[in-house]
Design a protein around this ligand. Structure first.
Ligand SMILES: Cc1cc2nc3c(=O)[nH]c(=O)nc-3n(C[C@H](O)[C@H](O)[C@H](O)COP(=O)(O)O)c2cc1C
Length: 220
Protein backbone atom coordinates (compact mmCIF):
# COMPACT_ATOMS: atom_id res chain seq x y z
CA UNK A 1 0.00 0.00 0.00
CA UNK A 2 1.36 3.41 -0.92
CA UNK A 3 0.04 5.97 1.51
CA UNK A 4 2.42 8.75 0.56
CA UNK A 5 0.69 11.89 -0.47
CA UNK A 6 3.67 13.74 -1.90
CA UNK A 7 6.26 13.13 -4.54
CA UNK A 8 9.53 12.71 -2.67
CA UNK A 9 11.45 14.52 -5.41
CA UNK A 10 9.62 17.79 -5.14
CA UNK A 11 11.40 19.51 -2.26
CA UNK A 12 15.09 19.56 -1.72
CA UNK A 13 16.41 20.06 -5.23
CA UNK A 14 19.86 21.48 -6.01
CA UNK A 15 20.78 24.19 -5.55
CA UNK A 16 19.45 24.20 -2.01
CA UNK A 17 17.74 27.48 -1.10
CA UNK A 18 19.63 29.90 1.19
CA UNK A 19 16.74 29.99 3.70
CA UNK A 20 15.14 26.74 4.96
CA UNK A 21 12.12 28.36 6.60
CA UNK A 22 9.87 28.71 3.53
CA UNK A 23 10.20 24.96 2.97
CA UNK A 24 9.61 24.20 6.66
CA UNK A 25 6.52 26.42 6.61
CA UNK A 26 5.28 24.89 3.37
CA UNK A 27 5.63 21.37 4.80
CA UNK A 28 3.85 22.43 8.02
CA UNK A 29 1.02 24.10 6.08
CA UNK A 30 0.76 21.13 3.75
CA UNK A 31 0.48 18.71 6.68
CA UNK A 32 -2.37 20.85 8.07
CA UNK A 33 -4.10 21.11 4.69
CA UNK A 34 -3.86 17.35 4.12
CA UNK A 35 -6.02 16.87 7.21
CA UNK A 36 -5.00 13.28 7.77
CA UNK A 37 -3.51 13.62 11.25
CA UNK A 38 -5.23 15.23 14.24
CA UNK A 39 -2.21 17.26 15.34
CA UNK A 40 0.01 18.09 12.36
CA UNK A 41 1.68 20.78 14.52
CA UNK A 42 2.86 18.22 17.09
CA UNK A 43 6.57 17.81 17.67
CA UNK A 44 8.81 15.87 20.02
CA UNK A 45 10.59 18.18 22.40
CA UNK A 46 13.77 16.92 23.96
CA UNK A 47 15.19 18.55 27.07
CA UNK A 48 18.14 17.74 29.29
CA UNK A 49 17.91 17.17 33.03
CA UNK A 50 20.33 18.13 35.78
CA UNK A 51 22.21 14.83 35.43
CA UNK A 52 22.61 15.34 31.67
CA UNK A 53 19.91 12.76 30.92
CA UNK A 54 17.56 13.60 28.04
CA UNK A 55 13.77 13.34 28.13
CA UNK A 56 11.25 13.79 25.33
CA UNK A 57 7.53 14.49 25.03
CA UNK A 58 5.08 15.80 22.44
CA UNK A 59 3.99 19.45 22.44
CA UNK A 60 2.17 21.61 19.88
CA UNK A 61 3.86 24.26 17.76
CA UNK A 62 1.69 27.36 17.83
CA UNK A 63 3.86 29.61 15.70
CA UNK A 64 6.67 29.43 13.18
CA UNK A 65 8.76 32.58 12.87
CA UNK A 66 11.74 33.59 10.73
CA UNK A 67 14.21 31.80 12.99
CA UNK A 68 12.08 30.31 15.80
CA UNK A 69 9.16 28.13 16.82
CA UNK A 70 6.83 28.73 19.78
CA UNK A 71 4.97 26.35 22.10
CA UNK A 72 3.05 26.79 25.38
CA UNK A 73 3.21 24.88 28.62
CA UNK A 74 3.42 24.98 32.40
CA UNK A 75 6.70 26.64 33.43
CA UNK A 76 6.88 24.52 36.59
CA UNK A 77 6.47 21.18 34.76
CA UNK A 78 9.37 18.81 34.38
CA UNK A 79 10.20 20.22 30.94
CA UNK A 80 9.79 23.78 32.25
CA UNK A 81 12.25 23.17 35.06
CA UNK A 82 14.71 21.47 32.75
CA UNK A 83 14.59 24.26 30.16
CA UNK A 84 15.07 26.90 32.86
CA UNK A 85 18.25 25.12 33.95
CA UNK A 86 19.42 24.09 30.52
CA UNK A 87 17.81 26.10 27.70
CA UNK A 88 19.31 24.16 24.80
CA UNK A 89 16.63 21.85 23.42
CA UNK A 90 15.90 19.67 20.39
CA UNK A 91 12.66 19.30 18.47
CA UNK A 92 11.48 16.85 15.81
CA UNK A 93 8.43 17.13 13.59
CA UNK A 94 7.37 14.00 11.70
CA UNK A 95 4.74 13.88 8.98
CA UNK A 96 4.51 10.20 8.22
CA UNK A 97 2.08 10.45 5.32
CA UNK A 98 4.38 12.92 3.57
CA UNK A 99 7.53 10.99 4.51
CA UNK A 100 9.10 14.09 6.01
CA UNK A 101 10.81 15.10 9.20
CA UNK A 102 12.25 18.37 10.43
CA UNK A 103 14.91 18.34 13.12
CA UNK A 104 15.64 21.49 15.11
CA UNK A 105 18.21 22.32 17.74
CA UNK A 106 18.08 25.64 19.50
CA UNK A 107 17.82 27.69 22.66
CA UNK A 108 14.54 28.37 24.44
CA UNK A 109 13.51 31.64 26.07
CA UNK A 110 10.18 32.55 27.63
CA UNK A 111 7.71 34.44 25.47
CA UNK A 112 6.64 37.84 26.79
CA UNK A 113 3.75 38.05 29.26
CA UNK A 114 1.49 39.80 26.73
CA UNK A 115 2.17 37.09 24.18
CA UNK A 116 1.33 34.33 26.65
CA UNK A 117 -1.83 36.22 27.70
CA UNK A 118 -2.93 36.58 24.10
CA UNK A 119 -2.61 32.87 23.45
CA UNK A 120 -4.13 31.87 26.80
CA UNK A 121 -7.38 33.77 26.21
CA UNK A 122 -7.79 31.96 22.89
CA UNK A 123 -7.87 28.56 24.61
CA UNK A 124 -11.02 26.66 25.43
CA UNK A 125 -12.49 27.11 28.92
CA UNK A 126 -11.60 23.56 29.97
CA UNK A 127 -7.97 24.08 28.92
CA UNK A 128 -7.76 27.35 30.85
CA UNK A 129 -9.23 25.68 33.93
CA UNK A 130 -6.79 22.82 33.54
CA UNK A 131 -3.85 25.21 33.46
CA UNK A 132 -4.87 26.37 36.98
CA UNK A 133 -5.90 22.98 38.31
CA UNK A 134 -2.93 20.90 37.17
CA UNK A 135 0.48 21.13 38.76
CA UNK A 136 1.82 19.54 35.63
CA UNK A 137 4.30 16.65 36.12
CA UNK A 138 3.67 16.42 39.90
CA UNK A 139 2.05 13.35 41.49
CA UNK A 140 -1.63 13.40 42.52
CA UNK A 141 -3.39 10.73 44.56
CA UNK A 142 -6.31 10.08 42.22
CA UNK A 143 -8.26 11.22 39.17
CA UNK A 144 -11.00 12.29 41.55
CA UNK A 145 -8.61 14.61 43.37
CA UNK A 146 -7.73 16.22 40.06
CA UNK A 147 -11.40 16.76 39.18
CA UNK A 148 -11.96 18.28 42.62
CA UNK A 149 -9.24 20.77 41.85
CA UNK A 150 -10.96 21.63 38.56
CA UNK A 151 -14.18 22.20 40.52
CA UNK A 152 -12.38 24.52 42.95
CA UNK A 153 -11.00 26.57 40.09
CA UNK A 154 -14.49 26.82 38.54
CA UNK A 155 -15.83 28.16 41.84
CA UNK A 156 -12.93 30.56 42.21
CA UNK A 157 -13.54 32.12 38.78
CA UNK A 158 -17.33 31.73 38.78
CA UNK A 159 -17.38 29.46 35.73
CA UNK A 160 -20.78 27.79 35.10
CA UNK A 161 -20.75 24.05 34.47
CA UNK A 162 -22.22 24.54 30.96
CA UNK A 163 -19.07 26.41 29.93
CA UNK A 164 -17.21 23.10 29.93
CA UNK A 165 -19.15 21.88 26.93
CA UNK A 166 -20.51 25.04 25.36
CA UNK A 167 -17.72 27.05 23.74
CA UNK A 168 -20.01 30.04 23.19
CA UNK A 169 -20.18 30.69 26.96
CA UNK A 170 -17.54 33.25 27.90
CA UNK A 171 -15.51 32.80 31.08
CA UNK A 172 -13.10 35.25 32.61
CA UNK A 173 -10.16 33.06 33.56
CA UNK A 174 -6.81 34.87 33.69
CA UNK A 175 -3.55 33.21 32.70
CA UNK A 176 -1.85 31.54 35.65
CA UNK A 177 1.58 33.05 36.32
CA UNK A 178 3.17 29.61 35.97
CA UNK A 179 1.85 29.10 32.44
CA UNK A 180 3.20 30.54 29.21
CA UNK A 181 5.18 30.11 26.06
CA UNK A 182 8.69 29.17 25.11
CA UNK A 183 10.34 30.45 21.94
CA UNK A 184 12.98 28.11 20.55
CA UNK A 185 15.47 30.13 18.52
CA UNK A 186 16.81 27.81 15.87
CA UNK A 187 20.57 27.18 15.83
CA UNK A 188 20.37 24.24 13.43
CA UNK A 189 17.61 22.85 11.26
CA UNK A 190 17.61 19.75 9.12
CA UNK A 191 14.94 19.14 6.49
CA UNK A 192 14.48 15.48 5.62
CA UNK A 193 12.43 14.19 2.74
CA UNK A 194 12.10 10.44 2.35
CA UNK A 195 13.20 9.04 -0.99
CA UNK A 196 12.90 5.74 -2.81
CA UNK A 197 15.37 3.04 -1.85
CA UNK A 198 16.26 4.94 1.32
CA UNK A 199 17.96 7.58 -0.83
CA UNK A 200 16.46 10.32 1.28
CA UNK A 201 17.13 14.01 0.80
CA UNK A 202 18.70 15.66 3.82
CA UNK A 203 19.94 19.22 4.14
CA UNK A 204 21.15 21.26 7.10
CA UNK A 205 21.24 24.98 7.72
CA UNK A 206 22.81 26.67 10.73
CA UNK A 207 22.12 30.07 12.14
CA UNK A 208 25.36 32.03 12.32
CA UNK A 209 25.45 35.71 13.30
CA UNK A 210 21.74 36.17 12.54
CA UNK A 211 21.99 34.66 9.07
CA UNK A 212 21.60 31.20 7.57
CA UNK A 213 24.80 29.36 6.76
CA UNK A 214 25.32 27.90 3.31
CA UNK A 215 23.23 24.72 3.38
CA UNK A 216 24.93 21.35 3.47
CA UNK A 217 23.45 18.24 1.92
CA UNK A 218 23.89 15.12 4.05
CA UNK A 219 24.05 11.52 2.95
CA UNK A 220 20.90 9.61 3.77
C1 LIG B 1 -0.63 15.47 20.73
C2 LIG B 1 -0.13 16.02 22.05
C3 LIG B 1 0.02 17.39 22.19
C4 LIG B 1 0.48 17.92 23.40
N1 LIG B 1 0.69 19.27 23.49
C5 LIG B 1 1.20 19.80 24.62
C6 LIG B 1 1.53 21.18 24.69
O1 LIG B 1 1.42 21.95 23.70
N2 LIG B 1 2.00 21.65 25.87
C7 LIG B 1 2.18 20.84 26.95
O2 LIG B 1 2.60 21.34 27.99
N3 LIG B 1 1.92 19.51 26.91
C8 LIG B 1 1.44 18.98 25.76
N4 LIG B 1 1.19 17.62 25.69
C9 LIG B 1 1.48 16.80 26.89
C10 LIG B 1 2.98 16.51 26.94
O3 LIG B 1 3.32 15.49 26.00
C11 LIG B 1 3.47 16.08 28.34
O4 LIG B 1 2.74 14.99 28.81
C12 LIG B 1 3.33 17.22 29.35
O5 LIG B 1 3.67 18.48 28.82
C13 LIG B 1 4.20 16.94 30.58
O6 LIG B 1 5.53 16.83 30.18
P1 LIG B 1 6.75 16.99 31.23
O7 LIG B 1 6.33 16.21 32.46
O8 LIG B 1 7.94 16.39 30.56
O9 LIG B 1 6.91 18.45 31.51
C14 LIG B 1 0.76 17.06 24.49
C15 LIG B 1 0.62 15.68 24.32
C16 LIG B 1 0.20 15.17 23.11
C17 LIG B 1 0.10 13.67 22.95
Amino acid sequence: MNIRTHDSDEALRDPLPPNPMPIFRAWFDQARADGNQPNPNAFSLCTVGPDGGPSARIVLCKQIEDDAIVFFTNYTSRKGGEISEHPRVAAVFHWDHADRQVRIEGTATRTGEAESDAYFVSRRVISRLGAWASEQSRPIESREALMERVGEVMLRFGVPIEALTDDTIKADIPRPPHWGGWRIRIARIELWQGGDGRLHDRAVWERVADAWSVPVRLQP
